[in-house]
Design a protein around this ligand. Structure first.
Ligand SMILES: CC(C)(COP(=O)(O)OP(=O)(O)OC[C@H]1O[C@@H](n2cnc3c(N)ncnc32)[C@H](O)[C@@H]1OP(=O)(O)O)[C@@H](O)C(=O)NCCC(=O)NCCS
Length: 164
C-alpha cells in the first residue's frame, strides 16, 4: 500500500467520500436498510479511513457506524469502496484489515456488515443466523466477525440504530 497515503477521514473529506461511494455502488444505495441505521448517527470517531494516490485523488474509503443488536453493541462495517481504477490491488483488504484492527484497539468486540460472503470470508466473517437487519435485507448477506472469541454466540435479534 506504499503508493497510497492512508489517513483517518476528516470532515473535509466527507463529500468526496460520498462521491466515491456513488461511483462504486448502484444508484439508490441510500435506500438500503443499512442506511437507516446511519441516519442522524455519526460514524465511529477515528475508525474511518481514506486512501489517496500520489496525485491526492481519493482511491478508497471505509467508514464504521455503531449499532445495537438486541441489547448488545456492534460495529457496522461499511460502506467500503475502492475506485474502479484501483480495484484488485489489495487496497480494500488493507482498509478492512486496518479499520477492524483499529476497532479492536478501541475496545469493540464484534463487527458486522451486509455484504458478499465470498469476499468477506477471507477476513473471517461468517453468516450471522438470527441477526436481522431492517427489511428488505437478504439474510445470507448479514455477516459477523468476532474480535473476542465467542462474542457472537447466542446473539439474536434486530439490528437497531445507536441510541447512546
Ligand atoms: C469490494 C471492494 C471494496 C474490494 O476492494 P479491492 O481493493 O478491489 O479488493 P482487494 O484488492 O483487497 O481484493 C481483491 C480480491 O477480492 C475479490 N473480490 C472483490 N469483490 C468481490 C466480491 N464482491 N465477491 C467476491 N470476491 C470479490 C477479487 O476478485 C479479488 O480476488 P483475488 O484476491 O482472488 O484476486 C471493491 O471492489 C469495491 O469498491 N467494489 C464496489 C463497491 C462494493 O461492492 N463494496 C463492498 C460492499 S459489500
Amino acid at each position: 500500500m506504499q503508493q497510497f497515503g492512508i489517513r483517518p477521514e476528516e470532515s473535509e473529506d466527507w463529500w468526496e467520500v460520498e462521491a466515491l461511494y456513488d461511483l462504486c455502488f448502484a444508484p439508490g444505495r441510500e435506500a438500503l436498510s443499512s442506511y437507516r441505521l446511519r441516519d442522524d448517527v455519526p460514524p465511529v470517531a477515528g475508525l474511518s479511513l481514506v486512501a489517496r494516490d500520489g496525485q491526492g485523488i481519493l482511491a478508497g474509503a471505509i467508514r464504521f457506524w455503531p449499532v445495537h443488536v438486541g441489547d448488545h453493541d456492534a460495529l457496522l462495517l461499511g460502506p467500503v469502496a475502492v475506485h474502479p481504477t484501483h480495484q484488485g490491488e489489495g487496497l480494500g483488504r488493507y482498509l478492512i484489515h486496518h479499520g477492524v484492527e483499529a476497532g479492536r484497539t478501541k475496545g469493540w468486540k464484534r463487527v458486522m456488515l451486509v455484504g458478499d460472503a465470498p469476499y468477506y470470508a477471507r477476513f473471517g466473517f461468517v453468516p450471522l443466523s438470527g441477526v436481522e437487519m431492517p427489511p428488505p435485507t437478504n439474510p445470507d448477506r448479514i455477516l459477523g466477525l468476532e474480535l473476542t472469541p465467542g462474542v457472537w454466540t447466542g446473539i439474536q435479534g434486530l439490528v437497531t440504530r445507536w441510541t447512546r
